[in-house]
Design a binder for this molecule. Structure first.
Ligand code: NAI
Length: 347
């Protein structure tokens, strides 16, 4: 594979979006951050409209000086650029029924996640542009890094070039939200979705399982709940390790550890061939379970409505209940309770 192209401010010509009207559908994590960044990049307030249902997000947008439109068909009609920044699971219903019928033919639709485009859940018309600007971080960091002037990592792509100018428009938009300051990486909805879902369904579950089983083995060997939760995560050592991995290098950061630790970690990792884990990962990515063949998307859409429910009917609540019932979950609960009690006594 050739190296991915990285785009900087100097690659983005703002004349591609001159005079355009921007509509943000959603003013949550990403919407609030990106709309403020765009305004601070010089887009006048009267060219920005926040389309939001009546809720506290709408109030937040108003309090920050934005104009808010609750009628989505009116908002759709004025958009030259539409940022789709409501949660992925509600986008198809809201976009397809309330936005798509009223959009201009030449509109540019900006997505911050590849999911609905990769799985073809959104109804675009062929002359519209569909571009991706997918920040690799939470909205509050998208905003604070912009304010600091340092930019944030982001994936960009053109998913549909209806106007013939989608590439230039996508880079101009990425620049306006602050994504080309430190370099926006050329990607695609497919790549973004595959990596995101793979991390969620393969990598992090493996890490959670490794922590759960490590906890159990050390507990059986007589370690206390307190010692274990501090050793394994509450000391923030793992967070610090990942910070250093980002700054200095995934392997290079090991040099901050003691020689015993370096020897143990490097020789231990090299002695594990990872074959069964790799097979499991490939299975998640390609086969029965999921990511690339769309099976996960179909299965997940069947339970999406249940995620709004209260109590055990919500499958997420049931997964939390089972996970918290694990030895690790129960031990952490006890430790936090004991810590709270001793803090209360000493105050
Ligand atoms: P969010 O959960 O913060 O969205 C809240 C917004 O959606 C509010 O404006 C709310 O009024 C609106 N909303 C919620 N349900 C709605 C409904 N049923 N009908 C109409 N409006 C509704 O969303 P978030 O997390 O900012 O995600 C937006 C997009 O950004 C998604 O595509 C997500 O994958 C992507 N993204 C999110 C990141 C994050 O840090 N949360 C990171 C990178 C990308």
């Amino acid at each position: 594979m050739p190296a991915a192209k990285i785009y900087y401010d100097s690659d983005a010509d703002l004349s591609a979006v001159e005079g355009k009207h921007y509509v943000f559908l959603g003013f949550g994590n990403q919407g609030a951050a990106q709309a403020q960044n765009l305004r601070d990049s010089g887009i006048p307030n009267d060219k920005i409209l926040i389309a939001n249902r009546e809720d506290h997000y709408a109030e937040d947008a108003k309090s920050k000086g934005f104009t808010v439109e609750h009628d989505f068909s009116k908002a759709a009609a004025v958009a030259d650029v539409l940022f789709l920044l409501i949660p992925d699971q509600v986008q198809p219903r809201v976009f397809n029924t309330q936005f798509a019928p009223n959009l201009k033919e030449s509109v540019t639709i900006v997505i911050a996640s590849g999911y609905n485009v990769f799985y073809k859940l959104l109804n675009f018309s062929p002359k519209q542009d569909v571009v991706m600007a997918a920040p690799r971080m939470i909205g509050s960091s998208v905003r604070t890094l912009y304010v600091k002037g340092s930019g944030f990592p982001c994936f960009v792509s053109v998913e549909q070039d209806g106007t013939g100018n989608a590439h230039a428009i996508s880079l101009a938009i990425a620049r306006l939200i602050g994504a080309t300051k430190t370099g926006a990486i050329a990607s695609s909805a497919r790549e973004e979705t595959a990596m995101d879902l793979f991390a969620e369904q393969a990598l992090w579950p493996t890490i959670i399982m490794a922590f759960r089983e490590a906890f159990s083995v050390l507990k059986e060997a007589g370690c206390s709940d307190e010692a274990l939760v501090y050793e394994m995560w509450m000391s923030r050592e793992p967070a610090e390790i990942f910070e250093r991995a980002a700054d200095e290098g995934f392997i290079e950061q090991l040099k901050h550890h003691s020689p015993t630790s370096q020897f143990g970690q490097l020789s231990g990792a090299l002695s594990l061939d990872g074959k069964s884990t790799k097979e499991w990962f490939q299975h998640i990515l390609h086969n029965q379970a999921c990511v690339l063949n769309g099976k996960f998307c179909k299965e997940f859409s069947k339970i999406e409505d249940d995620l709004e429910k209260e109590g055990p009917e919500n499958p997420l609540n049931e997964l939390y209940r089972r996970s918290e019932a694990s030895e690790l979950g129960q031990a952490e609960k006890r430790v936090r309770q004991r810590l709270a009690e001793s803090a209360a006594k000493s105050s």
